[in-house]
Design a protein around this ligand. Structure first.
Ligand SMILES: Nc1nc2c(ncn2[C@@H]2O[C@H](COP(=O)(O)OP(=O)(O)OP(=O)(O)O)[C@@H](O)[C@H]2O)c(=O)[nH]1
Length: 209
């Protein structure tokens, strides 16, 4: 989970999406600025230090596999939601099924988060392989609309061709994680005030009896 000590923040990020959408390409591009083409299909956990808006961050990034087996996927989702401070959900703009899977993943994450009683989970949706626009089957508007309806951020990128847009994805998620931490702190503060006020009133009422 996220830790804030002064200016430094640690955050856990899960990169998720169906096979072949470019999860590893996106992650490796962010970590190394490079696109190497083939990545194998091993699950990986990386730690990376970045500076966002002048503040240092340590990101733990889990490049996670996806399962078609929905019961296994929901079990895994519980583990991931417990571990994560935010999600990068990736689809390929040339693969409609991968887009539909992102839509399902958002629902599964939200249901799991509610089940675990957690606060809002920051999510960024990424339509990858923008360079293959001649093979596009998912319109940008569809991605944008999905993000709007699920209160997520949206980016279309090409991990193959562009580092900057990939950087924006991770910086965007860091911003969202920070925002959600600030609102969680405020909420905890308000809850604390309400709790102590109701304790005072309860005491007064019992004293006057
Ligand atoms: N043209 C193009 N190809 C890409 C892009 N991103 C990834 N690829 C290619 O898509 C294939 C899959 O990329 P990966 O990064 O391995 O995808 P993944 O989602 O991690 O795949 P799994 O390991 O199966 O889960 C590879 O051949 C990449 O070279 C992109 O932006 N544009």
């Amino acid at each position: 989970m996220t830790r804030l000590n002064g200016q430094r923040m640690d955050a856990n990020v899960v990169v998720l999406g169906t096979d072949n959408v470019g999860k590893s390409a996106l992650t490796v591009r962010f970590l190394t600025r490079r696109f190497i083409g083939e990545y194998g299909d091993i699950e990986s956990l990386y730690t990376h230090n970045v500076v966002v808006d002048g503040r240092e961050q340590t990101l733990n990034i889990w490049d996670a596999p996806y399962s078609q087996d929905l019961s296994f996927e929901s079990l895994m989702c519980e583990k991931r939601v417990q571990w994560a401070d935010g999600f990068v959900l990736v689809y390929s703009i040339c693969d409609r099924a991968s887009f539909n899977a992102v839509s399902r993943l958002i629902q599964t994450i939200k249901t799991t988060k509610d089940f675990l009683g957690l606060e809002k989970m920051p999510i960024v949706i990424v339509g990858n392989k923008r360079d293959l626009h001649h093979r596009r089957t998912v319109l940008s508007e569809e991605g944008r609309l999905l993000a709007l309806s699920a209160d997520c951020q949206f980016y279309e990128v090409s991990a193959a061709e562009n580092y900057h847009s990939v950087l924006m994805v991770f910086h965007g998620l860091v911003d969202r994680i920070r925002e959600s931490r600030v609102s969680a702190k405020k909420l905890a503060g308000i809850k604390g005030i309400v709790k102590s006020m109701s304790a005072v009133f309860t005491r007064r009422r019992t004293d006057s009896l």
